[in-house]
Design a protein around this ligand. Sequence first.
Ligand SMILES: Cc1ncc(C[n+]2csc(CCOP(=O)(O)OP(=O)(O)O)c2C)c(N)n1
Ligand code: SF4
Length: 332
Amino acid sequence: MSTNFNIFAARLLSQDELFTQGHRACQGCAPALAMRLIGKALGFNMIVANATGCMEIICSPYPFMAWAVPWIHVAFENTAAVASGIEAGIKALRRKKRHYIDTGEKIAIVGIGGDGGTMDIGIQALSGAMERGHDFLYVCYDNEAYMNTGIQRSSGTPFGASTSTSPAGTHSIGQNTQKKDLAEICAAHNIPYVATANVAYPFDLIEKMRKAKEAKGPAVIHLFAPCPTGWHCTASSSIKLARLATETGLFPLYEVVNGKYGLSLDIEKLRPVEEYAAIRNIRDYLYDETAGCKDAQGRYRHLSPDLVARIQEQAHARYERLKAKVRMTQEW
Ligand SMILES: Cc1ncc(C[n+]2csc(CCOP(=O)(O)OP(=O)(O)O)c2C)c(N)n1
Ligand code: SF4
């Protein structure tokens, strides 16, 4: 495995906390950690438009607010539209040189939505904003279901996962559709910058946020962030599971810069998905952490070996396709 992430540069990171303590996320919430990293990456010169979803709810119980930058609550369906409006508004004020102190510095205008708020409900606004070419960045934090309202499936829920609206049972394998490929959808809009990121790789995430801010035009980051509550795993396993998602090829890390694909982490030998979508005995999972299964995900505990084999096949096929795109576009 070749990796760029071995350099320990924590001391170089900003000490500023823009997503502050005291919010109401659950223990081990990876999306909340992602918000903190986004703040560190982009600094005070940012404006956030945040769709309803866990990250909006936990940061803004009236009269409190966890963001230390301008923040606006938006509905699911218009996150990218509001972010576009902010960008257009700032441009107009700059042009008119009125009521606006122009420091000349670029302001990061950031739309933030969950997988439900992005891949299902907000996708048309995002598509429109990408088409119009607004200079903003959009982050979809993907915890793979509608967590805030009780773990309903979204189009980002992966094949085989059990949720409250795709429950596994005698006649159901859980989610029976494929995870929507947001990064590919955005890349197909021919925007300057698209990337996948993962909270388990914080330096890569921060670097991508900065690149997205500097891109001239729309930039989208599809950010993988486990939810212990919805995945039925322990709070302490969220980062380990996030890392496994990338190491198994289920959530590869890559960028598409002006149409050119590049892997951020080129994994020569993918780990078996079984390590991630672990088949666990329910008793072990619930009662015996010492049995070596404390990192199990309850949402996959029903999986039979043939379903795991199907997920394995899908992961390999997708990874191979991605590598082919990298080879093909690098030759241009
Ligand atoms: C138009 C609309 N429909 C439904 C809701 C209720 N609702 C609030 S949060 C939420 C789920 C959000 O899921 P996601 O975007 O994936 O974010 P997460 O909660 O997982 O962070 C729903 C359905 C709403 N606020 N607005
Ligand atoms: S339900 Fe999940 S995403 Fe929502 S705050 Fe809790 S851990 Fe975070």
